[in-house]
Design a protein around this ligand. Structure first.
Ligand SMILES: *Cc1c(COP(=O)(O)O)cnc(C)c1O
Length: 431
């Protein structure tokens, strides 16, 4: 490798050598990731061909958006690709939390109970459900919530789940990704086992999977193993970095129709919702997504191996199988977290000159640091890192639209720690 460009960007020869050595050890894993990306690329192309995608699909509509061919066809493409009867894919779904809130409130009615059999859901859902008090929460509408935590070894508490299912249990929410927790991420096949177990107890329970950060990491999705609905954000994996907004819900026709009625209005459903010219980015983003996800995954594994070598705890470790794109690194001190984030920021194509600093954020009991230099604001399929400044001083790192950018970001984080003498420099020098 010619180091000149890396040197120009501020990375020294020692860090380049350390990185290249690690990458040479990861060849087999990267080959597996490429194979999955290739399979998923074909899956997307096949779905697009099946639904005869053509230039009229890219036209803008305004107003009510009646007869929006591009919008309707994109939903068919998602449904074909994820193996569902129907799909709702809309710029009017503002983010992942919104998509999940729509799906929950479309299905649940007063007196019903929602069950999470995989522990606490993602932070923002606490207010949606009413775990934390909020206006307009499901709780305010008389919908109750119960939760069964995973066992200490990360497996399902089948006895607890069985005991928690009652006449009232209408819906189950299963979060695939660990999010910002320390539990393991669930594989699609594990999710399938859980759904089968739940349906064996009460077959009419609607099983929804929060699929955020999981799309295209494996060759199958939770919709292929019995989920009634899968839900996610277009500024994560399936938007491929090109979608500037949006969310999706794929599932049975009955569920998706209810979600559409909830999103727009009863009676209107999927018939309305102009696309305002956004379709090219939705189609092209979905097309790019398997490749983008593969780059992000390589970045996560590279980061994992780098920091493992430097003596830090990483979750998952560099040999575990992957079911989402998030990588946690426990850095053990505030100074290291700041240096790491400075590196990610300094490697960005946008806002690289900005210095991330910890600050107090609403909803957190400690300061938080974030690094991101994204084309789409808040997009976490783009290279980004963040974490609360508290024990164990872990940064959560994800994304990268290309493998080369993810690689640069991680190298830059190592460089910043190296320069500030916050890591054992001999490990770098002796690599
Ligand atoms: C990101 C995320 C969400 C929420 O999505 P937003 O687009 O941030 O609202 C929900 N669940 C999981 C697991 C996520 O990773």
């Amino acid at each position: 490798m010619d180091n000149k460009m890396y040197n120009k960007l501020g990375i020294c020869d020692e860090v380049v050598k350390f990185s290249e050595k690690i990458i040479s050890e990861l060849k087999e894993r990267f080959d597996k990731i490429d194979e999955t990306a290739e399979y998923n690329q074909l899956k997307v192309i096949s779905a697009m061909q099946e639904n005869r995608v053509n230039a009229t699909c890219f036209a803008a509509t305004t107003g009510y958006g009646y007869d929006d061919v591009g919008r309707d066809n994109l939903e068919k493409v998602y449904a074909s690709c994820f193996g569902t009867e129907a799909a709702l894919v809309r710029p009017q779904i503002t983010c992942g939390t919104h998509a999940l809130a729509v799906a929950l409130s479309a299905i649940l009615r007063p007196g019903d109970e929602l069950l999470s059999p995989v522990g606490k859901p993602y932070d923002t859902l606490e207010e949606v459900i009413g775990i934390r008090e909020s206006k307009c929460s499901l709780k305010e509408f008389g919908i109750t919530y119960s939760q069964v935590d995973l066992l200490a070894d990360g497996s399902f508490d089948y006895d607890g789940i069985k005991a928690a299912i009652s006449e009232k249990t209408k819906m189950v929410t299963i979060q695939r990704s660990k999010g910002y927790q320390t539990r393991p991420t669930l594989s699609v096949s594990k999710i399938g086992e859980l759904i089968a177990f739940i349906k064996s107890i009460k077959p009419d329970i609607i099983c929804m999977v929060d699929n955020c950060y999981g799309e295209f990491v494996e060759k199958i999705e939770p919709s292929n193993v019995g989920a009634d609905m899968i839900v996610g954000s277009l500024i994560k994996n399936p938007g491929g970095g090109l979608a500037p907004i949006g969310g999706y819900i794929c599932g049975t026709s009955e569920c998706v129709e209810k979600c559409a009625y909830r999103l727009s209005a009863p009676g209107l459903g999927q018939e309305v919702g102009a696309n305002l010219g956004i379709m090219p980015s939705f189609y092209q983003g979905f097309f790019m997504s398997p490749t983008v996800v593969s780059g992000a995954l390589k970045g996560a594994i590279f980061a994992s191996r780098c920091y493992e070598k430097l003596g830090f705890k990483v979750v998952p470790d560099s040999t575990e199988s992957r079911h989402d794109i998030i990588q946690a690194v426990e850095l053990g001190s505030k100074e290291r977290m700041v240096a790491f984030c400075k590196g990610i920021q300094a490697a960005a194509p946008v806002d690289s000159y900005v210095t991330p600093e910890p600050w107090a954020m609403p909803g957190y009991d400690s300061d938080v640091i974030m690094a991101a230099g994204a084309f789409v604001q808040g997009s976490s399929i783009e290279l980004s890192a963040d974490g609360p400044i508290r024990e164990p001083y872990a940064v959560y790192f994800q994304g990268g639209l290309t493998w080369y950018h993810a690689k640069l970001g991680i190298m830059m984080s190592v460089q910043k720690l190296y320069e500030a003498d916050l890591i054992d420099r001999s490990i770098i020098l002796n690599s």
